[in-house]
Write a protein that binds this ligand. Sequence first.
Ligand code: FAD
Length: 418
Amino acid sequence: MPNASSETLDVVIAGGGVAGLAAALAITRLPGKPLSIALIDPAALPGAAASPAPSTWDLRVYAMAPKVLAWLAELGVAPLLDTSRTQPIAEMHVAAGAPPKGLLLSAYEVGQTELAVVMEEALLARALRTALQVGAKVRWIRGSVSALTQAEDEGVVEIHVDTDGAAQTLRTRLLLGADGKHSRVRDLAGIPFTRTPYGQTGVVAHFGSSRPHHAGAWQWFGADDVLALLPLPASADVRSAAQAHSGQAVSMVWSMPAEQAERWLADEAGHAALEAALAGRVRPAGFELTRVSALAGFELALAKVPQPAKGRVLLIGDAAHGVHPLAGQGLNLGLHGVMALHQALAERESFRDCGDPRVLARAVRAHAERVAGMQLLTDQLATLFHPTRPWGRWAAGAMNLLGYSHVLKSRLVRAALA
Ligand SMILES: Cc1cc2nc3c(=O)[nH]c(=O)nc-3n(C[C@H](O)[C@H](O)[C@H](O)COP(=O)(O)OP(=O)(O)OC[C@H]3O[C@@H](n4cnc5c(N)ncnc54)[C@H](O)[C@@H]3O)c2cc1C
């Protein structure tokens, strides 16, 4: 490997998405002697935090869970989030089949003000980058991890990084693979995983709405699709495009068969067909929608990594698991994994360094049940109403009937808040 530095860093993070950034920030907040950290990403630029807010809305919009937000607040991220671009969800309308039937889950029923807070990925990433630049000493490296070796007898990982025009080698006690669903670190470390495509695409776009959303989110389960509308704040960028529609805007995530999405995303005629189908679906709930953004599609797959730690390498975020987006939990799950790592590092014995395989095994164990539970839940829900399922029709009726049980509804709401 070329020009290996003799310095050994404590932590190298491959991937500067939200999971990698949150891990970097959490590690800088550990008590005791500060750990040396490098963060590698093809797009990682230290000055990016100072860049102006995007003039259009990021198509990647997430519903962040209260527990995750409370943890981010402890790390000092909350004051850095531009609240004019965030939107709490106070209630959730869930239905099997056509609206307006279904179940209403309300945060107020359990004495809370919100079930989740909707925000753009870019907003969250920018807040994390800003927090990392205040006082924290993280070395930013623009590049990609392209090779690694674990020298177990020395207790280090050697990482080869391809950077613009040059290559460098880093040595570290702990390598975090936060490099997303196609993780190179996972492959290079030889960590086995399975990826089972759902044969579905998640189609996303933002719309101006004819009716106010009243901080509500909507989700309709069809035979082979799931349509969700998340409320967006009445912030300037969206409102100007949607002014003719009462200044209200929503973000759509429509998980549909991949061939259907391919046809509808292909050209203008396809877009018009999608909008017509959408209009038919949401009209009974009182929505008339006007698209105010581009359309984008994400291939959906269930990804399982039975052992996300190997030696001194630990996978986090989408590198470690992939779930169907119908519960809006992929990133929340990734951040719970970072929380588990943070706790395992904070509680490690003084004789163990941060990459000690036993510390990583504790982080994995603490997170494993949540990952398995979320994968099972989302996987079952994704196909629950499919006509090939013998109980599909029964399940649809049961979901709509749930709306009459206060106790069951409270349980569901509490589960959503976890
Ligand atoms: C349609 C849809 C809707 C969703 N809605 C929600 C929601 O409401 N709530 C929610 O919690 N989740 C949601 N998710 C899931 C969420 O998008 C992902 O879980 C999240 O983006 C994963 O973040 P990450 O940081 O792990 O990975 P990524 O965001 O993929 O970041 C990976 C980073 O690694 C970098 N990288 C790649 N290769 C290398 C390399 N070789 N070396 C160094 N760096 C590298 C990349 O440049 C990138 O910056 C949704 C997903 C989809 C598809």
